[in-house]
Design a protein around this ligand. Structure first.
Ligand code: SF4
Ligand code: SF4
Ligand code: FES
Length: 246
């Protein structure tokens, strides 16, 4: 079967990729390595090409992946200059050679695997769990459909880090600015009608660096593979803080 790639002026049965390689055990500078991968099926995704390389061409290529369906958030990477999830990025439509690098501004552990520790520390800092003083009901905590709808657009986040690592404010102040992913989740809990700590959550966020380093550059919403809008969530937190002052 012959499958042809088109849509970006390319007609080819082979895919050309250039992939960032770095092995700290070997030392030396990072390099970009070229690979040719056959186009094996219609709708082939970038993760399929990486898997082909790992399983058939070079078993040392290192990257994270798990679900293959945009759910686990583990295969965030920089694809032709834009952050995204390899498993839901179609090969068709990508300019070749496809240049793949690790998520920017993160320490590289090896090849496309970055150190997510600080990202998850920031996520943990917003206390991403339900906090309530009301005794736990015998059955579930009820929500109206309208209250439940309030957290649409935030609970879907898969914590891939694509948004945070594309945010210039986070590149420059990532030690103190929480970044779009953590702030989207902070807003998710502020909005949740079952949570009773919105005031404390807002107190924690009212900080020149944690929250107000967002300058609405909107890189975050443009790259989110789940089509979420952290900029809007950050704006909602700022407006809520303003409203409680008046
Ligand atoms: S908001 Fe989007 S880009 Fe950011 S971590 Fe969540 S899913 Fe990933
Ligand atoms: S809108 Fe805010 S959080 Fe999003 S990329 Fe811009 S500065 Fe960063
Ligand atoms: S492999 Fe799970 S989101 Fe891509």
């Amino acid at each position: 079967m012959t499958i042809r790639l088109s849509g970006v002026g390319i007609v080819s049965d082979m895919i050309h990729l250039q992939i960032y390689r770095y092995d700290p055990e070997k030392g030396g500078e990072p390099t970009m390595q070229s690979f040719e991968v056959p186009l094996t099926k219609p709708g082939m995704k970038l993760l399929d090409a990486l898997n082909h390389i790992k399983w058939n061409l070079d078993g040392t290529l290192t990257y994270r992946r798990s679900c293959g369906e945009g759910v686990c958030g583990s295969d965030g990477m920089n694809i032709n200059g834009v952050n995204g999830l390899a498993c839901i990025t179609p090969i068709a439509g990508l300019k070749q050679p496809i240049k793949i690098r690790p998520l920017p501004s993160m320490g590289v552990i090896r090849d496309l695997v970055v150190d997510m520790e600080h990202f998850f520390d920031q996520y943990r800092s917003i206390r991403p769990w339900l906090q309530s003083e009301t005794p736990v009901p015998e059955h579930e905590r009820l929500q109206t459909p309208e209250d439940r709808a309030e957290i649409d657009g935030s609970y879907e986040c898969v914590l891939c880090g694509c948004c945070t690592t594309s945010c210039p404010s986070w590149w420059w102040n990532g030690d103190r600015f929480l970044g779009p992913a953590a702030l989207l989740q902070a807003d998710r809990w502020i909005r949740d009608s079952r949570d009773e700590m919105a005031g404390e959550r807002l107190d924690q966020l009212e900080d020149a660096f944690k929250l107000y380093r967002c300058h609405q550059i909107m890189n975050c919403m443009e790259c989110c593979p789940k089509d979420l809008n952290p900029t809007k969530a950050i704006d909602h937190i700022k407006r809520t803080l303003l409203a409680r002052k008046s």
